[in-house]
Design a protein around this ligand. Structure first.
Ligand code: G4P
Length: 293
């Protein structure tokens, strides 16, 4: 199921999340650790406002650790408490509760000073589709509660899930839209599987991914496909080499480019070639300084 984001839907999503936020002490903003900038909702700061926030960099198993750590430091400098997790394999989850305690400490101290009884910290997860919200909820709950994949909104009674000793998590995540307006962001969202439909052309996604690998991990790329192509070669030469090596051919012994494009995109999406961050912190920072981003 693909969520279609029209202005009306975006306004509704924002309204719904804003309403839910009133019930919680802390927001878990979930992003994809491979694209910590591109996988954020463009209005997230406006939506969350001053509510304590834990930025969860999910899918860390598929991200480049060094690059991810730069974003980690960035979020920390902005006053959020970041944690890096791998929800699918249940890694780093203990830090989520600890981070929630840390960001709400002052609030609970104030409540205590007013004579209020101690209570659980209430949290909800917010993020764009496919960043792993349902997977994380299920892992934190230790059972299948949220449906993974984008199912149409099933109206149901929302419930609190007990996590660890001090946390209560809303079982329904807040779903917000990604940054569509930027072409390069769209390509990265597709390359990581956040967008699976045809908003961006798959050939552009494959070419972007291929050029990223040529630039940053040339040797691994050649080794993965068992090919030997000059770094400076045209994209078509790479497609030909990969297609021939993998036997992706059609009538007349011609390379089946569509199959090659799909292969490259799927290999990158599933981290079959290597683990990468496609949002490069320094590049992003330079764009900010130039006033482009
Ligand atoms: P959402 O609720 O935010 O829309 O995302 P969801 O949990 O449905 O997760 C989207 C996809 O991301 C799922 O893959 C899920 O398994 C995968 N995923 C979530 N967290 C992680 C993680 O930390 N590491 C990795 N490697 N993958 C993660 P899928 O292909 O749609 O389903 P499945 O075949 O894996 O079940």
């Amino acid at each position: 199921m693909v969520i279609q984001w029209f202005p009306g839907h975006m306004a509704k999503a924002k309204r719904e999340v804003t309403e839910q936020l009133k019930k919680v002490d802390v927001v878990f903003e979930l992003v994809d650790a491979r694209i910590p900038y591109s996988s954020r909702n463009p209005m997230i700061d406006e939506v969350i406002q001053r509510k304590p926030r834990v930025v969860i960099l999910n899918k860390k198993d598929m991200a480049n650790v060094q690059e991810m750590n730069k974003w980690y430091a960035f979020f920390k400098a902005k006053g959020a408490v970041p944690v890096a997790v791998d929800a699918k394999h249940g890694k780093g989850l203990k830090q989520v509760e600890a981070a929630a305690i840390e960001v709400t400490k002052e609030k609970f101290e104030r409540e205590k000073a007013k004579g209020l009884k101690p209570r659980a910290i209430r949290a909800m997860i917010v993020g764009i589709p496919n960043v792993g919200k349902s997977t994380l909820i299920n892992k934190l709950a230790n059972r299948a509660i949220a449906q993974t994949g984008n199912k149409p909104g099933v109206t149901k009674q929302q419930q609190w899930i007990k996590v660890g000793k001090s946390l209560q998590l809303l079982d329904t995540p807040g779903i917000l839209w990604p940054k569509f307006e930027d072409q390069q962001v769209g390509i990265k969202l597709s390359l990581t599987g956040a967008i699976k439909d045809s908003i961006v052309h798959l050939d552009e996604v494959a070419i972007y991914g291929l050029n990223f690998l040529i630039q940053y991990d040339y040797k691994t790329l050649c080794h993965h496909y068992k090919i030997d192509v000059n770094r400076e070669a045209e994209n078509l030469e790479w497609f030909d080499a990969i297609g021939r090596k993998r036997g992706l051919l059609q009538r007349g012994n011609e390379v089946d480019y569509e199959a090659v494009i799909e292969l490259i995109v799927n290999d990158i999406r599933n981290a079959k070639i290597g683990t990468y961050c496609f949002d490069l912190y320094e590049e992003w920072q330079a764009e900010q300084d130039d006033g482009h981003a």
